[in-house]
Ligand binder design. Sequence first.
Ligand SMILES: C[S@+](CC[C@H](N)C(=O)[O-])C[C@H]1O[C@@H](n2cnc3c(N)ncnc32)[C@H](O)[C@@H]1O
Length: 377
Amino acid sequence: MAESEDLSNSSSNSSSREDMHFFEGVEKLLEIWFEPNPANKNADLRKIPRPMWDALLKTVRCEIISFTRNDQIDAYVLSESSMFVSKRRWILKTCGTTTPLQCFEPLLRLASEIAGYTEIEDLFYSRKNYKRPELQVSPHRGFDEEVAFLDSFFEDGRAYSLGAINRDCWHLYTLSRGGGGSKILKRNNHLHQLMEQHHSEQQHEAQLIEAAMQPDPDQTIEVLMTDLDPNVMAIFTKDVCTTAKEATQKSGIHRLLPGMVIDDYLFDPCGYSMNGISKNGCYMTIHITPEREFSYVSFESNVASSDYGELIKRVIRTFQPGKFIVTVFANKTSIAANANREIEHLGTIDQWKRRDIQYSRFASYDLTYAQYCKYPS
Ligand SMILES: C[S@+](CC[C@H](N)C(=O)[O-])C[C@H]1O[C@@H](n2cnc3c(N)ncnc32)[C@H](O)[C@@H]1O
């Protein structure tokens, strides 16, 4: 599958492109939920010690640069984006030419041997189309390759591409089977044995518990923005701000979701990352590549809302993108369960006009995808 940004307005050719400074802001987002382990009530991903995360992230080609935590969630700012670790949910979001799928096998090993989890309940791997896919390394050189890699672990993973696949689009690989755990394929023999070892005796008990329980409410919103206002992007450079805190305040990021404890980082000479966490286990994360030729900002949060329109408005008024994609995942017990209808009514938001909208129903989540452009552009 061919994959690149719409270059119809660009005058660049391949030789001048090679000389150009470039950073791929677009992140790869991997979210894994482990199934509660009835035989080990103390199972917890936060038992995995820091040196093991450091080693795991080496395989991804990034490192931890800052850390904050509360009773619910450990939040790491990385040299290339963020990692969030909760009791049974693990989120890794990395940009540049990182290789998050390379840490999949070591992660499952740590989850089993240290944290006490033997089954994956659900998995989501997603990303926007890269601006320069030819710079990525295996297994991230295209969505086909990423899907083939994940398919070597799962017999029932499903891959989707939403939006205009010759322009701005968004790829997703998910299990989303509505519980029951995942079958790690036998061809990953060692891993298969490890995950299956404790499985059969726990399976029956887990099924009984599952039947009696409704899922906890869960939702995730992402706003992925490109072609941003250079005056806003200037805030995220050392020319304009000397500290990350100054950039957070000046831009208004601290007002997007009040009440979050913020851990922010300003790169030299430019670039910005932040994690915000709240006591109830909610998180937000923002990453900014301000360079004019390839500006990119991502906003993500699992905060629950029945009015994401207001939040989207605050985000796009803050960053002033030329174009953006919104994705909302919500399960049936979430107050955001009607997000698809809400976003359907948002044909225009201020000067942004919707160009695409798609709605997908999965076993455990509903997903809404929409893409907007500023007009007149
Ligand atoms: C890690 S940050 C934010 C990444 C995020 N995915 C995004 O673009 O929204 C990337 C920005 O920081 C800049 N930067 C400066 N030093 C960096 C470093 N050591 N590692 C990664 N990015 C750095 C890059 O040029 C880019 O503008």
